[in-house]
Design a protein around this ligand. Structure first.
Ligand code: BES
Ligand code: ZN
Ligand code: ZN
Length: 454
């Protein structure tokens, strides 16, 4: 997978800017002008034109670049569309620009074909100066997509555990997990959500890096399938719920970026892994459950399960007293109503983090958008019989109330970032097929690198 070329002996890829097309055209020789006109090439976004030489071999490839657009997805359709051969980038690109173009090229080769027979793809190869850096990013995104796309019958808590253990071992990280009565006694909310399933719930963990480096904790919602529980989801909403461990997939992808690039941090990854299933032992609406922090929660809706498994994991994260906690979760439909499926929502308890993430979003050319942790809405989660309810029948501002619920389990003095992501492409775009998707990771990784990178 992901073919990038290491040696330089390749067909040039030449960028033509859409805005500059006419003057570029006028500068070309007669032969090329005719060819370009006949091919209908206008240097629009995602447009390319293979130009043959006089022997009938590929001479150069022209591709359109819309002015000032993000370069990340510009070459995504080329690695599968071009004849299988070796290619190289021509022109005045900076190192970062070349890396962005190459990453798009690599990700254009992605498809989820684990369950398809006889797939032996052969891709065009791109020469890049620093392939390892590109491959580390491409590999992380592939991990996120593969984890999400893998159906729930192959991605239950035990499978997620095995995957995480393997990842940890490959980077010399320490893996551990808590399950059974130890989970029931110490992480009661995770246990309550997951106990109805034949696939036992657990809290997965790994730790990587030097303990003298700044401690960062990543927490990911690992609901391997979300039926909604007894508050069962209508089938059209349940259909894509294999993606409800998308938060876990995101933090594993992010962790792999951190580890592959040897960012000097002391990293802990926590994943509460459960199957929100239905059986005689399922938790019920009206139940009052305990949490690791000791706050009691009245279950208003068994479909608001993500915040329950996350609250115990966040309590655990806070106990480590890291300088930053980041969680990712496919937490609410309301976040998608607010910003649609393609813009990840984030919340934070720290103004400085908010400013830094907004800057990182611009630098990484990946849009993420903050919603407020508006405390007055917390009254929507008032319970007459427990410390807090897990949802409210009111239904407005659902992404905010979910974030406020989580905030109750994070001490004010620990900087915390919470991402509510779709983790799924509902339409195809260049390099981004329908299915599992990493969202917000470029922005967050850029922030981590700017803050902790040497
Ligand atoms: N996993 C869902 C949220 C979700 C649904 C994310 C669709 C992305 C796309 C979550 O567990 C859930 O069902 N949340 C409920 C909460 C409600 C019951 C308060 C929701 O958003 O409807
Ligand atoms: Zn749910
Ligand atoms: Zn869920």
């Amino acid at each position: 997978m992901f073919q990038l070329l290491y040696k330089k002996n390749a067909i040039p890829l030449i960028a033509v800017f859409s805005d500059d097309f006419e003057s570029w055209y006028e500068r070309q020789e007669h032969l090329l002008k005719n060819w370009v006109t006949e091919q209908g090439f206008m240097a629009m976004e995602s447009e390319y034109c293979v130009v043959p030489n006089k022997e009938g071999h590929v001479d150069v490839v022209l591709y359109g670049v819309r002015d000032k657009q993000s370069l990340r997805w510009v070459l995504s359709n080329l690695s599968t569309a071009l004849p299988v051969a070796d290619y190289c980038l021509m022109g005045e690109w900076s190192y970062d620009e070349k890396q962005a173009l190459a990453l798009g090229w690599a990700l254009g080769q992605y498809s989820f074909d684990r369950f398809k027979e006889n797939i032996t793809p052969d891709f065009a190869r791109l020469y890049v100066e620093d392939p390892l850096a590109v491959l580390a990013m491409a590999d992380a995104i592939k991990r996120v997509r593969d984890l999400i796309n893998t159906p729930a019958n192959h991605m239950m808590p035990e499978h997620l555990s095995a995957y995480m253990k393997k990842l940890a071992l490959s980077f010399d990280a320490q893996f551990s997990e808590v399950s059974g009565t130890e989970l029931e006694n110490n992480y009661p909310a995770i246990h309550a959500v997951g106990r109805a399933s034949d696939h036992a719930p657990r809290l997965l963990r790994f730790e990587w890096g030097n303990t003298a480096d700044p401690a960062i904790c990543l927490v990911g919602k690992g609901v391997c399938f979300d039926t909604g529980g007894l508050d069962i989801k209508p089938s059209r909403f349940m259909r894509t719920m294999k993606k409800d461990m998308g938060g876990a997939a995101h933090v594993l992808g992010l962790a792999s970026m951190v580890m592959a690039n040897k960012l000097p941090v002391h990293l802990t990854v926590l994943i509460p892994a459960v199957d929100n299933a239905i059986s005689g032992d399922a938790f019920r609406p009206g139940d009052i459950i305990n949490t690791r922090l000791g706050k009691t929660v009245e279950i208003d809706n068994t479909d608001a399960e993500g915040r329950l498994v996350l609250c115990d994991a966040l309590t655990e994260a806070a106990a480590l007293q890291p300088e930053l906690i980041i969680d990712f979760a496919t937490l609410t439909g309301a976040a998608r109503v607010a910003l649609g499926t393609e813009v990840p929502v984030f919340f934070t308890n720290t103004t400085e983090l908010s400013d830094c993430l907004k800057q990182a979003s611009v630098d990484a050319e990946e849009l993420i958008w903050e919603l407020p942790l508006h405390k007055p809405y917390l009254n929507q989660l008032d319970s007459t019989v427990a410390d807090i309810a897990n949802s409210s029948p009111e239904g407005y501002g659902g992404a905010i109330t979910a974030a406020l619920f989580l905030n109750e389990f994070v001490p004010e003095n620990i900087p915390w970032l919470h991402f509510d992501v779709m983790a799924w492409n509902t339409r195809h775009r260049s390099g981004r097929p329908i299915g599992g998707e990493a969202m917000g990771l470029f922005a967050v990784y850029t922030y981590l690198q700017d803050t902790y990178g040497s």
